[in-house]
Design a protein around this ligand. Structure first.
Ligand code: ADP
Length: 152
């Protein structure tokens, strides 16, 4: 059974995240969308809210489950028996950042592969941080997020 973990903050989940997960579905038997708790990050939305949005967005898909974890992503993958980490790439900055994390993760757990999917054209400008800015300033953020997040 091929299990992938898609880790992130999802503060909030965007159409960019949804696209990566849906396109990865044919590659894996199971995808665990996992909300990681990072002590150094200040989140805009509470964890329970971010988890509820993930549950609602992916509720119709039996291959997808939602989880929350604290600590190293590699350790969480071991606990789940996941062999893959799934990440999205939007631009060169993502590449450099993701490369360092993926190489470190492989040092920590040699049999764990990170699989990258390129962002779909049209979605590459979407990031949770920009969406948060749009929300703070009362802009039309709905076009960037799945239905579950339309009502704040
Ligand atoms: P993190 O806090 O770990 O960066 P995010 O929730 O911001 O978590 O992102 C999780 C993953 O989704 C990352 O791999 C990120 O590159 C990817 N991602 C975010 N937005 C997009 C997008 N528009 N297109 C493709 N991948 C994306």
């Amino acid at each position: 059974m091929k299990i992938a973990v898609f880790p992130g903050s999802f503060d909030p989940i965007t159409l960019g995240h949804v696209d990566i997960v849906e396109r990865a579905l044919p590659l894996f038997d199971k995808i665990v969308v996992a909300l990681g708790r990072n002590a150094t990050k200040n989140y805009m939305f509470p964890e329970a809210q971010r988890l509820a949005w993930l549950e609602e967005t992916f509720k119709g898909e039996s291959k997808i489950s939602i989880a929350q974890y604290t600590g190293l992503t590699t350790k969480f993958c071991s606990e789940l028996g996941a062999q893959f980490i799934l990440r999205g790439l939007r631009n060169p900055a993502d590449f450099e950042f993701e490369k360092a994390i993926a190489q470190t993760n492989r040092k920590l757990k040699g049999d764990l592969e990170t699989v990258f999917l390129l962002t779909s054209s049209g979605l590459s400008a979407i990031s949770s941080s920009i969406v948060r800015d749009v929300i703070r300033n009362n802009g039309d953020y709905q076009q960037f997020v799945p239905k579950a997040v339309h009502q704040l």
